[in-house]
Design a protein around this ligand. Sequence first.
Ligand code: CP
Length: 307
Amino acid sequence: VKHLLGIKDLTPEDIDLLLRTADNFKDVLQRPIKKVPILRDTTIVNLFYENSTRTRISFELAEKRLSADTINFTASGSSVSKGETLIDTVQNILSMKVDMVVMRHSASGAPHFLAKHINAAIVNAGDGINEHPTQALLDAFSIREKLGGLKGKKVALFGDIMHSRVALSNIYLLTKMGAEVIVCGPPTLIPKHIEKLGVTVSYDVRKTLEWCDVANVLRIQLERQNKPLFSSLREYSLYYGINKELLDSIGKEIVIMHPGPINRGVELNSDVANSKHSIILDQVQNGVAVRMAVLYLLAGKKDEAFG
Ligand code: CP
């Protein structure tokens, strides 16, 4: 069984195939009838042990556009509250003839653990502070769409790098595809030795903005910090927040990205998030085509026409 557990395990050729397949699905999604019958024989469960707006809806929409049958499971309101284990939960669902599992979990490595114990394709929709592979794929798709490619592009990841699975998946993907990457944030929110992954560390927001073509701004993940790692959100905004005044003073075009949810006025001001330089809603739109590509390739439909 093939899985998508992380970008770490993919080759540049795998990533290129996924992005090119997503191009085809983006074309499909521009048609008046957006639905294709490719996965009409497939049933998929969206298993969310952690909250989500974009990823859950995007996967569900991707599955529906591919004509798959879908089931949405959220841990709250399920028998997880009675002590049922992850493996028992999934095995019970799979016994009802479910073929694929899309899974989000707050524990890093949960989908990797599950992949060892069940006989179905697993797609990681975000595991703890480890990876969020479909987010990195949709981010790459969006950069490529806006700037024409990834190789040689200068991408800065701003914010809470320490707790961000989006950052780690982006770092793996962008470095594999030949982009240059700087991570920028407060020292307490940048992991030690991250340079070993092929990125440069900066603590200077202005200099990093002067350098980059793309600024991907990440949220401070307070829910993953036992103790706050920055003095206050107000001070974070003052020293590390990105606003129009700062960008105007730099005077160059920078593509602004954010995986969502945005903490407006903290890491990113509305005057930037809503500006013409922002591709934040394009990222969300592209997520559907990217997830269609992931499900299509994992289901082994590579040789089927797009309908
Ligand atoms: N980008 C992202 O993963 O958003 P959600 O948590 O809303 O799915």
